[in-house]
Design a protein around this ligand. Structure first.
Ligand code: SF4
Ligand code: SF4
Length: 335
């Protein structure tokens, strides 16, 4: 059984997990808040190491990443567990487990097997760690990503951003791109809706940006919960001011799930917030919703440069250097 690097001894009978801001104190034989990391014999064991709940090739746009190798497929893997408790969780059957034994069909893989599978997929860009929260799968994700990078595959993490600075710093060395949730913009919302704090998420996003990794931000819009216009405007201004107006923001439509019965987000609300966000940001998209706000326009000359119909993506106005073909403004920064 693997031992995690991210813990310290706390007492004779307990350890402290240092992976995420919860910093759980875990007694012998018990698990942390994520329920997938436990104290066995004074060592922190990642119980979900190598356990796979889902494995398939998705369009990169599904992560969602719209400005990272648009139109590519990416081999996507997930496990079980999460360090948050979002009442609206859209993946609760694998994220909110009481015990790993409750999940049917988990299969065991070694990192090399995942990499071998990924490289046999024709035209595959790389590996995405997604579906449940990959932070609580850190040890397996890190080992797999390192091997994937060594043979030239790209690596992507789809995350809530609730991770401590030191583990994220090491992860940045083996991860090319991040899709990060910014679920709301008040401590109250994060506390009530996700049993977490906002500030560590902001710090993670700033750390990813400072490391110059590709990242895009996802905000799930939930009516009457995180759609206060003033707060939303503050969030958008923070993204623009702190991270840059070229930061990609996805406003995603919520559907009733898990513990939340609030009706689904209306198109009118998404359109209104899209308009507000577009005052400060160059690239704002609507997710989980049929919309013309899925295309990419050059922020300088307004040319249509990427057309998206569902997950069908066509680059219509981008040159080989990732610039607008008409005015040469940089659109795709990874090139
Ligand atoms: S990763 Fe899990 S065990 Fe570690 S601090 Fe976070 S919730 Fe607790
Ligand atoms: S962070 Fe994501 S996976 Fe975890 S509970 Fe929240 S919505 Fe679900």
């Amino acid at each position: 059984m693997k031992t995690s690097k991210w813990f310290i001894k706390h007492s004779e009978t307990s350890v402290k997990c240092t992976l995420c801001p919860h910093e759980c104190i875990i007694r012998e034989g018990k698990s942390g808040s994520c329920r997938v990391r436990s104290n066995k014999g004074g060592l922190l064991r990642p119980d979900n190491y190598g356990l796979i709940s889902a494995l398939r090739t998705d369009p990169i746009e599904k992560k969602p990443l719209y400005h990272f190798y648009p139109g590519s497929g990416i081999f996507s893997v997930g496990s079980a567990g999460c360090n948050l408790r979002c009442v609206f969780c859209q993946n609760c059957e694998i994220s909110q487990v009481i015990s790993l034994d409750d999940i049917l069909g988990l299969q065991h893989y070694e990192p090399q097997q995942i990499v071998d599978n990924a490289r046999t997929v024709a035209g595959n860009l790389g590996i995405a760690f997604t579906y449940n929260e990959p932070t609580v799968w850190y040890d397996f994700m890190f080992d797999t990503a390192r091997q994937a990078k060594s043979i030239g595959l790209k690596t992507v993490m789809v995350t809530n951003g609730y991770i401590n600075r030191a583990p994220l710093s090491e992860l940045l060395e083996v991860t090319d791109a991040f899709s990060v949730d910014l679920k709301g913009f008040t401590e109250e919302f994060y506390h009530k809706a996700s049993s977490a704090r906002l500030e560590p998420v902001k710090e993670s996003i700033k750390q990813i940006a400072a490391a110059k990794r590709h990242f895009e931000i996802v905000n799930l819009v939930i009516p009457d919960m995180n759609d206060n216009r003033q707060t939303f405007n503050e969030m958008v201004k923070w993204i623009s001011g702190e991270l840059g107006k070229e930061t990609v923001l996805h406003l995603s439509k919520y559907f009733p799930m898990y513990k939340l019965n609030t009706p689904a987000t209306s198109t009118a609300l998404l359109e209104e917030l899209h308009e507000m966000a577009s005052q400060h940001l160059d690239y704002v998209y609507l997710g989980n919703a049929e919309s013309h706000h899925n295309n990419t326009y050059c922020p300088q000359c307004k040319s249509l440069v990427i057309v998206r119909h569902g997950y069908n993506t066509v680059l219509t106005g981008i040159d080989a250097s990732g610039n607008c073909s008409k005015c040469r403004t940089k659109i795709l920064k990874y090139i």
